[in-house]
Write a protein that binds this ligand. Structure first.
Ligand SMILES: Nc1ncnc2c1ncn2[C@@H]1O[C@H](COP(=O)(O)OP(=O)(O)O)[C@@H](O)[C@H]1O
Ligand SMILES: N[C@@H](CCC(=O)OP(=O)(O)O)C(=O)O
Length: 260
């Protein structure tokens, strides 16, 4: 299977913004193993701004655009260095792609991105993708904000014909209301159609370092499932779940392919 995995900031970093070493080590180990088992893996990783916050010892996520861009420029270095090191331990070769909205929207450039990704997979490399936050302010999906990787990962999954998109978050899946607001919230195991009723369940981000919340994950589900790619939201604190998800076992929330 061709699997795109998106990992959110809250999975990769502690509340301080510093790298969660145990978490990222486990994630790289499982992804390496899935690759060894014959799956093609594309990783869309957030965390540049979060890690920049940690590395620059900032008190929190910057509110202004230049502050976010500077944090991203610092944090992206640490992020890709860490992936290169950890995947390298399992003999996997990492490739970095930093994309802007223009790279995805513009016909020729999106064609170039698709060609590059396809060739990297043919070569056995593991593409690690993030938005080019240091230069892009016109991010994908929403105007005047920076970096929204839920949508980016769905666009990538659709463009390269992935079979499965997994969004690893700080929560087990889509609930019938935000569990951080409502302790009685219940998880929804399967979604057949992302309609207004489903959108009405989604709230914003639950952490200081995350950015999208559930709404952007539902936008991603629409893009992925319309392109024939199933999508699963699962808890990134347990990377082992990826084994079950790849086998189609019930984990988190699975969004089924749209029927045509
Ligand atoms: N209906 C819902 N079900 C689950 N989580 C929800 C819901 N509505 C809002 N959320 C919030 O979305 C958060 C996950 O998104 P986000 O903060 O962007 O994290 P990440 O960076 O890991 O993607 C959850 O922690 C939760 O607080
Ligand atoms: N591109 C940004 C994060 C974008 C994003 O969508 O963040 P998140 O909600 O943590 O997945 C970064 O690397 O910091």
């Amino acid at each position: 299977m061709r699997i795109t995995v998106k990992v959110g900031t809250s999975t990769l970093t502690h509340a301080t913004g510093r790298l969660n070493i145990q978490r990222i080590e486990k994630l790289c180990k499982v992804l390496s193993d899935l690759k060894n088992a014959g799956h093609e893996i594309i990783l869309v990783s957030s965390g540049a701004i979060g890690m920049g916050v940690g590395k620059l010892n900032l008190p929190g996520r910057p509110a202004d655009m230049p502050g976010k861009q500077a944090a991203a420029a610092v944090g992206q270095c640490e992020l890709i260095y860490t992936y290169d090191k950890l995947f390298g331990e399992y003999n996997h070769t990492v490739a970095q792609l930093l994309l802007t909205g223009e790279d995805i929207k513009n016909g020729q450039r999106s064609h170039n991105v698709r060609n590059t990704l396809t060739r990297l997979l043919e070569l056995g490399a593991l593409p690690v993708i993030n938005e080019n936050d240091a230069v892009a302010t016109d991010e994908i999906g929403v105007e005047n904000t920076i970096g929204e990787n839920d949508t980016l990962s769905a666009i990538v999954a659709a463009a390269i014909g992935a079979d499965l998109l997994v969004l690893l978050s700080d929560i087990d899946g889509l609930y019938d209301s935000d569990p951080h607001q409502n302790p009685d919230a219940r998880i929804i195991p399967t979604v057949e159609n992302v309609d207004d009723h489903i959108y009405a369940l989604a709230g914003g981000t639950g952490s200081a370092l995350g950015s999208g919340g559930m709404v952007t994950k539902l936008n991603a589900a629409v893009i992925a499932t319309s392109a024939g790619c199933e999508m699963v939201i699962a808890n990134g604190s347990k990377p082992d779940l990826l084994y079950d998800i790849a086998q189609g076992k019930p984990v988190g929330t699975r969004f089924l392919k749209r029927k045509v």
